[in-house]
Design a protein around this ligand. Sequence first.
Ligand code: SF4
Length: 166
Amino acid sequence: MKYVNPYIIQAYLTCPREAWLEYHSISSYQDQSLLILGRLIHETSYKRDKKEVLVDNLLKVDIVRDELVAEVKKSSRHKKAAYMQLAYYLYYLKHEKGITTKGLLLFPKERKREEVVLTEELEKEIEKLLGDIENLVQKESPPLPRKTRYCKKCAFYEFCYADDGE
Ligand code: SF4
């Protein structure tokens, strides 16, 4: 199975078209953040200090020793995408680095927290997601645009709706 940039997972859960477009525009460095993450995990295993990885201005992952703590900066509307992204990190660390750890999602604005445990069920969900994404990005063209509440803030808005006259 192929790993993808964590951002593709997040994009896929909000708009498959965006995931396709992102994948094909960033594919040359798509594995970089995973490589960086793997290296940081390795380094922090031996130190007490905290390292921070910022993913797409949405998910900030702190690595404290072997623990992953992610803060969801926006509202819990983005929860599913953030949850799956953190679960994907846990999956990657387990299978690629041999590190089994838990994750913690924090929603500072809403004063909520949620533990993310990589259960067998969640692993299957990640594998299905990766399979679905792989099928999607192998297609020659992206799915047609579908207007959602995410469109206005999307980097591809002009590209998708250039002819709309909006
Ligand atoms: S503008 Fe809307 S339809 Fe187009 S990629 Fe972005 S979210 Fe998807």
